[in-house]
Design a binder for this molecule. Structure first.
Ligand code: PDD
Length: 282
């Protein structure tokens, strides 16, 4: 396995960063999770646009141009001879001193790791996941910070711990006002009487690339799609609930906080959207 590290290709054992790297010391940096399907990088431009937007927002200077970054991704995949897998692209603030000040980290570090991926068994896409809502909140301010795909995943880790304790695979995070925001690493959708709903991102959700692909598919398939705030009550009484994300794709939810959703398995619209999604990626 070859890992891209600041312009060189190194082995997994050699791929080490400084203990002074502010990505390590403070979670100061940004990242992307990207899929490779059949040798193609899925939505490469969209992921890189989001990466460069996150960088601009936190005043992080990425030392590669957009084209150079794309070439680095392609070269990393080529070296690893991967046709299907997952890319983790990390840009950290880079090595600095022990203080917070980003001006002391003059050069950002760029890391690209590619790996095989299987997150949920195929059975989960048919039967759906059990999930719970959690007390952790998405990063505030709701309308700003969740849009930055930063390395600061403390709240998401706390959610993961809560969902581990509850024995479930994903959980529902609320925003600071109690509206449903997203999962720990996925966007959320519900279906009620044939209408598909997802929270607008200003509620406190990442502008997910899978989310955008699903919205596009809904438009193409003639499903009514509404970006509207909703609450846990709306989730409990929904006919279908599903999460979307690069790693998870489109995964149904069969139970939320002990309430069975619909028939207690992937509903017809969720199943249809998953099939459509898989047909565009392969
Ligand atoms: N997830 N919300 C959060 C908090 C996320 O971390 C992610 C990405 C998503 C879904 O976004 P997208 O569809 O662009 O992947 C939503 C991980 C890192 C992943 O699935 O790779």
């Amino acid at each position: 396995q070859w890992i891209y590290l600041d312009g060189s290709f190194v082995t997994k054992e050699e791929a080490k960063v400084s203990v002074y790297d502010h990505g390590f010391l403070y979670g100061d940096g940004i990242f992307e999770g990207i899929r490779i399907y059949g040798g193609n990088i899925f939505k490469c431009k969209e992921h890189l646009d989001r990466l460069y937007d996150s960088a601009k927002s936190i005043m992080l200077n990425i030392p590669l141009s957009f084209q150079e970054m794309q070439d680095a991704l392609v070269e990393t995949i080529r070296r690893n001879e991967l046709r299907d897998g997952y890319i983790r692209l990390v840009v950290s603030r880079g090595p600095g001193d022990l203080g917070l000040d980003p001006r002391r980290s003059p050069k950002a570090s760029v890391i690209i790791i590619v790996e095989q991926l299987s997150i949920y068994p195929e059975e989960a896409y048919i039967n759906g996941l059990k999930t719970v809502s959690v007390s952790s909140r998405r990063n505030i301010p709701d309308a700003v910070n969740p849009k930055i795909k930063s390395l600061n995943y403390l709240n998401n880790i706390l959610v993961k711990i809560q969902s581990n304790l509850a024995g479930v695979g994903e959980a529902i995070m609320l925003n600071s006002q109690g509206y449903v925001a997203e999962g720990s690493s996925d966007n959320i959708f519900i279906v009620k009487r044939g209408v598909v709903f997802t929270p607008p991102c200003y509620i406190g959700a990442l502008e997910g690339i899978t989310r955008a692909a699903i919205i596009e598919i809904c438009e193409r398939k003639g499903y009514t799609l509404k970006e509207e705030p909703f609450t846990l009550h709306d989730v409990y009484v929904a006919d279908e609930v599903f999460f979307t994300g690069t790693a998870a794709e489109v995964i149904a939810v069969r139970e939320v906080d002990g309430r069975t959703i619909g028939e207690g398995k992937a509903g017809p619209i969720t199943t249809n959207l998953l099939q459509e999604f898989r047909s565009i990626v392969t």
